[in-house]
Design a protein around this ligand. Structure first.
Ligand code: OOG
Ligand code: MG
Length: 257
């Protein structure tokens, strides 16, 4: 398949915040492997333009998220430097129809990878664990896509923000953190980190195994977003979202033009 036109279309959609038709409308034969190949090529274009890879995201690791988009298996995407918010203020310029979701991030201190990585290896490579939020913004019209489409579009990833406080990996049960999200002062979502594949560490493990199939590994210093704990909430200019993570503090994020 000739990906060139698709790669250019998605690259421009991502950097200009332009909405496009999903690829499978014109190319119904698109496979998930094609999607990952396109994702990698779009990422390479971003890197050529001066952006820098900083980690990975897992998506669709919870029932709630899988149900809300009608895709029933985990996927991964790539995080870049320009996607990371340095303050808790989100500019809506260049975003299409952004949604925010609460997540748990792992930060690695050692490289990690290969088909035989175990949970033990993940913990031994983890520097710290941090509350996080991801802003997803599918470049596809109506946030509607197939598995292959969403993979090609970098798993809808757009921005992310890590909490101020980092935590030791060892002194809490990372599968038992209650999370409450309020949107402009109203309770909008609640859930538990158990929703993420039973335990967010399994998301990091799954990522390692998926990347191993492509001969890729996680580098030291990588950020890994393990996937939405609850459904995502839609954002508009002037919104304030507050996410409380039991025992871990909170993230408040405000949007502006
Ligand atoms: C796909 C990306 C899902 C997550 O955390 O589950 C995701 C989407 O919902 O558009 O980031
Ligand atoms: Mg996510």
């Amino acid at each position: 398949m000739d990906y060139d036109a698709i790669v250019t279309r998605l690259y421009e959609a991502q950097v200009k915040g332009r909405e496009v038709d999903k690829i499978t409308i014109d190319t119904p034969s698109l496979t998930v492997d094609d999607g990952y190949a396109i994702q990698a090529r779009v990422a390479a274009l971003r890197e050529e333009a001066g952006d820098r890879p900083v980690g990975w995201k897992m998506g669709l690791t919870s029932e709630a998220k899988q149900r809300s988009v009608g895709v029933h298996e985990p996927i991964y995407g790539r995080l870049t430097e320009q996607m990371e918010l340095v303050t808790n203020h989100l500019s809506m310029t260049g975003l299409i129809h952004p949604r925010l979701e609460p997540e748990i991030a792992f930060i690695l201190k050692k490289p990690l990878g290969g088909p035989r990585v175990t949970v033990r290896d993940v913990w031994a490579a983890t520097e710290c664990v941090m509350p996080a939020v991801e802003i997803i913004d599918s470049r596809y019209r109506n946030f509607s896509f197939t598995l292959a489409d969403v993979v090609a579009d970098n798993a809808s990833s757009s921005r992310f923000y890590l909490a101020e406080q980092a935590f030791s990996p060892y002194d809490r049960l990372w599968n038992a953190i209650g999370v409450t999200l309020s949107h402009n002062g109203q309770l909008a979502q609640n859930g538990s980190t158990a929703a993420v594949l039973g335990h967010p560490v399994r998301s990091v493990l799954g990522l390692c195994h998926m990347l191993a199939a492509q001969d890729l590994v996680l580098e030291a210093g990588s950020i890994v977003l393990t996937g939405g704990i609850t459904e995502a909430v839609s954002l508009a200019v002037g919104d304030v979202v507050r996410v409380q993570y039991d025992g871990l503090g909170e993230i408040t994020l405000a949007t502006h033009e």
